[in-house]
Design a protein around this ligand. Structure first.
Ligand code: HEM
Length: 417
């Protein structure tokens, strides 16, 4: 088997197992995915060597096939085997208590409780509050020459935004961020030194403990935050069970914490690496929404989500069997050359559609409008203050085939006088 992407030249990619750590030394193996799209777009991996009990899986690498899987929830279930490639990475029973890990009808009923609050119109009303959070965090950099963009800018912004939706007090933002980073980055030695076992033994009980307190407070005195929506929710006349409330809370906090941070940091890195593209934004800030979309396309916050086949099917010429695991690789479909002329080029004028938020269907990202607003405001405010920001050390990616994000991005600020 190939050990790195650059070794792939003489390898039959049909025999490569896609989720091997050595293939992801610095983020997604784009060269491997390019070859898969061209040579075997629906590809079988025999297993994941770090998880010897895991079954093999299909990789879906082209946009059209990702679209097909996303739309067909009857054939491709989010519930049956969980929503990530590693079935037991996060206990399956807990995945199935989040609506991202449910199938209709329960999924639809639960998601509906939140949808009204996440429409572009309702989210637009949060712009002043979000801008205040962003400028407040940037104010803390005054007088400094350098900073680390992931943890000192992106993290506190996204934590406070989702924290304010959930009713988390600001002083708890950092602890929630650390809990979410460990849980989602369970394969990364820095984010989660004790791995999945550590998350199950430590972080999950702490999440439950902290949530129990918030639930009890809201049972006594309902609030107007999203945690109260979960506490008060009734599906078919029944309240949610405690673990469903906790996991609903965790889904929103995790999605809100991680994803926007990922795209902001990778987008900022790309702008610093491509000063010509940054110049376009500085000269014409109305291009920033398009730069947001291009960042989402090239650096989707989640490398994949997963489905499980509920019946035999055919996909991209391959025979899928009931029970098979299907992994949709957005990091690949967003660079599908049948959709994009020059897929690896970062172009802020591109205005291309992408699948970073999923490819339609029932599980399409709830937070799309919020993420777009946060990203626009974060780019706007950062570029106004620091139009000449430079990379000041090696950017480091999280070691993960699920979350596609930097864990460190040191920068020299070079503020305008
Ligand atoms: C750059 C930002 C973001 C990206 C790239 C992103 C990406 C995604 C993707 C790909 C899915 C689909 C999962 C699947 O098909 O199984 C999803 C679902 C979801 N996202 Fe996001 N997301 C982002 C921001 C957010 C934010 C800020 C929230 C905050 C509330 C959020 C909440 C959710 C929820 C609740 C789901 C589950 C939807 C369902 O199962 O019906 N996301 N997201």
């Amino acid at each position: 088997m190939a050990s790195t992407s650059s070794d792939l030249d003489h390898v039959d990619v049909r025999n490569v197992d896609v989720i091997e750590r050595e293939l992801w030394p610095d983020g997604p193996p784009h060269e491997l995915f390019r070859r898969l799209r061209s040579e075997c777009p629906v590809h079988w991996s025999s297993g994941i060597s770090e998880y010897p009990n895991e079954a093999g899986f299909w990789s879906v690498t082209r946009a059209q096939d990702v679209h097909t899987v996303s739309r067909d929830w009857k054939t491709y279930s989010s519930e049956r085997g969980g929503f990530t490639a590693v079935t037991d990475g996060f206990p399956l029973e807990l995945q199935q208590a989040m609506f991202i890990g449910m199938d209709p009808p329960k999924h639809d009923r639960l998601k509906m409780l939140f949808q009204a609050g996440f429409t572009p119109k309702r989210i637009a009303a949060h712009e002043p509050a979000i801008r205040k959070i962003v400028t407040g965090v940037l104010d803390r950099l005054a007088g400094r020459d350098e900073c680390e963009l992931v943890n000192q800018v992106a993290q506190p912004v996204v934590s406070r935004v989702i924290g304010s939706f959930m009713g988390i007090p600001p002083e708890d933002d950092a602890v929630w961020a650390a809990l979410m980073n460990s849980a989602l980055g369970a394969g990364d030695p820095d984010l989660s030194p004790d791995g999945i076992e550590g998350v199950v033994a430590n972080e999950i009980p702490e999440i439950f403990e902290r949530c129990r307190k918030m639930i009890a407070e809201r049972r006594e005195r309902p609030t107007d935050d999203l945690t109260s929506v979960l506490v008060q929710a009734e599906i078919d006349g029944q309240r949610l069970e405690e673990h469903e409330i906790v996991m609903g809370f965790m889904l929103l906090v995790a999605a809100g914490n991680d994803s926007t941070k990922a795209t902001y940091c990778s987008g900022m890195r790309a702008l610093m690496e491509h000063p010509d593209q940054r110049r376009l934004l500085l000269e014409d800030p109305s291009l920033i929404p398009s730069a947001v979309e291009e960042s989402l396309r090239m650096f989707p916050a989640f490398a994949h989500f997963r489905r499980t086949a509920t019946s035999d099917a055919e996909l991209g010429g391959q025979k899928i069997r009931e029970g098979d695991k299907i992994v949709m690789w957005y990091v690949s479909s967003n660079r599908d050359e049948s959709r994009y002329d020059d897929p690896d080029r970062f172009d802020v004028t591109h205005q291309a559609e992408h699948q970073a938020f999923g490819a339609g269907g029932r599980h399409f990202c709830l937070g799309t409008a919020l993420a777009r607003l946060e990203l626009r405001v974060m780019f706007e405010e950062t570029l106004v203050r620091y139009p000449d920001m430079e990379i000041a050390g090696s950017p480091v990616m999280v070691e993960s085939a699920f979350i596609n994000q930097l864990k460190s991005l040191p920068v020299r600020l070079r503020p305008v006088d």
